[in-house]
Design a protein around this ligand. Structure first.
Ligand SMILES: Nc1ncnc2c1ncn2[C@@H]1O[C@H](COP(=O)(O)OP(=O)(O)OP(=O)(O)O)[C@@H](O)[C@H]1O
Length: 349
């Protein structure tokens, strides 16, 4: 993949004018809802129950934004993405994507939206990647010259050249994802909807995909809406996140606002000279102990806590951990479950 343009810092590039002309939101959801009817219970006493997978969700996405659509497992993210792309019809509410009603105008919408589901491929499994990409030209009725110019550009940017002749089923996950992104962008959509675009990828592939998306957004103004459990994606890509939990919107705003919504204390990781009972010092609460290592959530100035700690214990090493976005989101999700915030070092899910 070609390195990014020097000086193209996140969030600093102006939008290309051709995309900025439309002031209408690219996605406009108001009071959006979707129910499912599910059968539960033992065989002879089957009951039908209604599940509110998405409930009264209102948000919009402006042209050129990159918005993360986050939530814990089962929150309703995929259901929302399926409604946005016309796969599912909403039960309630009003939904417009690129000015169209997705479920009614699915074919017209497909010409304006690129979709990638990280867990599934849109490519033809048995065909070489080159042929699979050639077929998308016919799906979207792109003329041959335009298609080959776009393909050449995407092959270059996504570094697809070395495996264009390889059948899709033989591609690695990272190669396949790059192929899927190319397929989703060959008709030059204004909106890219990505469901877990970096799932299962190694660090290098993840980073390459993120840089590619940032560049696409900065240079062509492509609007991007993505779901992800990888908060590295969020930190690198999104200036704004929409968080849903149990189908309801619980946050819509910037990352700083998210941090303020679920304030998360700094953590002092202390390696004592020997294992000990949980440390008790003013201005700190021990939240985890593993052998000689203890995690202290701070409510006071770290310098005061460290001074008090060194008076009462033999300390071998200390690290002060600023809360990262993963800690903040873990706290927000835990609050939705009515649970205690997870101990530092736990996972967001
Ligand atoms: N076809 C369906 N029939 C019945 N229930 C469904 C169906 N699809 C989703 N659900 C339910 O709707 C809720 C939301 O599911 P959804 O797949 O949208 O969540 P998600 O946020 O994408 O989760 P994950 O992060 O695990 O992919 C869940 O309770 C799920 O069981």
């Amino acid at each position: 993949m070609r390195p990014g343009r020097p000086g193209l810092a996140r969030g600093t590039a102006p939008l290309p004018i051709h995309r900025e002309l439309t002031l209408e939101p690219v996605v406009d959801a108001r009071g959006l809802g979707r129910d499912f009817v599910r059968t539960t219970g033992p065989l002879l006493r089957r009951r039908r129950e209604r599940v509110n997978a998405v409930h009264d969700v209102t948000f919009s996405v402006a042209p050129g934004e990159i918005v993360g659509y986050l939530g814990p497992n089962g929150a309703g993210k995929s259901t929302t993405m399926k409604m946005l792309t016309g796969v599912l019809t909403p039960t309630r509410g009003r939904l417009r994507v690129c000015g169209l009603e997705p479920a009614r105008h699915r074919t017209r919408l497909a010409a304006r939206v690129g979709v990638v589901f990280g867990q599934r491929t849109a490519l033809w499994w048995d065909l070489p990647l080159r042929d699979s990409l050639a077929l998308t030209r016919h799906l979207y009725r792109v003329d041959a010259a335009t298609h080959s110019a776009r393909l050449a550009e995407l092959v270059d940017l996504l570094d697809l050249g070395p495996f264009l002749g390889t059948p899709v089923r033989q591609l690695s996950l990272g190669q396949r994802m790059r192929g899927d992104l190319a397929a989703a962008l060959l008709h030059d959509p204004g909106l890219l909807v990505l469901d877990e675009p970096t799932i299962g990828l190694d660090v290098v592939s993840r980073s390459a995909i993120r840089e590619f998306l940032l560049r696409r957004n900065a240079e062509r103004g492509t609007t991007i809406l993505l779901t992800t459990h990888d908060l590295g994606d969020v930190e690198r890509l999104c200036r704004r996140v929409v968080v849903i939990d149990h189908g309801r919107l619980v946050f819509d705003g910037g990352l700083d606002g998210l941090r303020a919504t679920a304030p998360t204390p700094r953590v002092l990781v202390v390696d004592l000279a020997a294992p000990a009972d949980p440390v008790e010092v003013a201005g700190a609460r021990t939240v985890r102990v593993e052998g000689p290592r203890q995690w202290l959530e701070l409510s006071a100035n770290p310098a005061e806590v460290i001074a008090a700690l060194s008076r009462s214990h033999a300390v071998a090493d200390l690290t002060l951990r600023e809360p990262d976005i993963e800690d903040v989101v873990a706290r927000l999700y835990a609050r939705g479950r009515g649970a205690e915030a997870p101990a530092p070092g736990g996972t967001a899910d």
